[in-house]
Write a protein that binds this ligand. Sequence first.
Ligand code: GLV
Ligand code: MN
Ligand code: MN
Length: 420
Amino acid sequence: MTEKRVNSNRIATRIDELSYCSEPTAGGVTRLSFTKEFQMAQKLVEQWMNEAGMTVRRDDLNNLIGRYEGKNPHAPVILIGSHLDTVIEGGKYDGMSGIVAGIEIVAVLHNSGIVLENPIEVIAFCDEEGVRFHSTFLGSKAIAGTLTEEELQVVDENGISIASAIRNIGLNPLNYKNAARDSKDVLAYLELHIEQGPVLEEEGVACGVVTGIAGASRYSFRIEGFAGHAGTVPVALRKDALAGTSELILEIERLAKEYAPIVATVGKLTVNPGSSNVIPGEVIGTLDIRDTNEQRKNEVLKQIFQSCEEICTRRGLQCHFDKVMEAAPILCSDSIISVIESAIQKNNMRVIRLISGAGHDAMAMADLTKIGMIFVRCTKGISHHPDEHAIPADLGLGAEVLLDTVLQLTKNETIVKEKI
Ligand code: GLV
Ligand code: MN
Ligand code: MN
């Protein structure tokens, strides 16, 4: 039996504590980037990072970074991270598990007086979910050096740009490039995350290793019709933007089923002018589409755009799609997968390999360095929902695997030398 080193209850308690840093919504956790709830969460994380022997800084894109110095401060750093933001009425484990587990393993090292050759940095990323601006990975892209000035001009539904939101919390958006890291200063990026799917539960195993992450695209669309009186205009003569959108959504669902396992979601609609007695004149919506197969995703997108044209022409509507985010599918590093697999075995578990359908900061970090991900079983695979849950023992085991992975990486000459 492997000796347990991490404190599972502390991990679970901290995840609970973070869940109180939320807007007062009906259920679950709502913590969007650049808000006061987010700053409250950062304060807690900063305190825990300090207690674990880390020096803490906030970079120019509002990522919080704790550093546990290595024997050799110039050795490439092992980055461990996940995101501190949530979806609206989301769960408390998505993102937070990876941050808290990262802090926990540093606490174990610190409390045991162990200093590794390589420095470790734990990162609480600023915006992975992309709820407010619809574009994702703001923090991790800034660190990977792939964020562009153009992306900072994207606006939320109140017309506030990312750049203004950054300025409003006291940072200068023009400094965003300072957050970028140099790949030669980084050894690897590791992320622990709840699975957000049912596989580990079905297999009866607490943790698994991720081999790759599906690619994702996000679009915003606008369908324009003609508003009018809901009592006087015969239905056959209307240009109802919402009726046309409804037809489009059903077509998207049909195509996604036909091309399974692709997934496509219209998750948000704004109906204008938005009155019960006015025919909808305009609908603004979002489309999120994901697949491990880029070619299939592009084919389905092509068909969605064609169907949209056809529906709108027939109904006398106008439509327009804008791409707001594109992340190609990525593969995790084979060498890190092997290290995680041996860490899983060391912790007396069967190795289960998984593909992630959900997006993760690791996708953006793959442009900077080799990445590895550990998934932790979650109840019934529920996520992006208030009922999201993972048991303390599983989170603890995941953290043990993370710790063994880090210990192995600092010793593994091949990985130290291997280029991405
Ligand atoms: C993030 O959780 C995403 O997959 O959208
Ligand atoms: Mn999420
Ligand atoms: Mn997540």
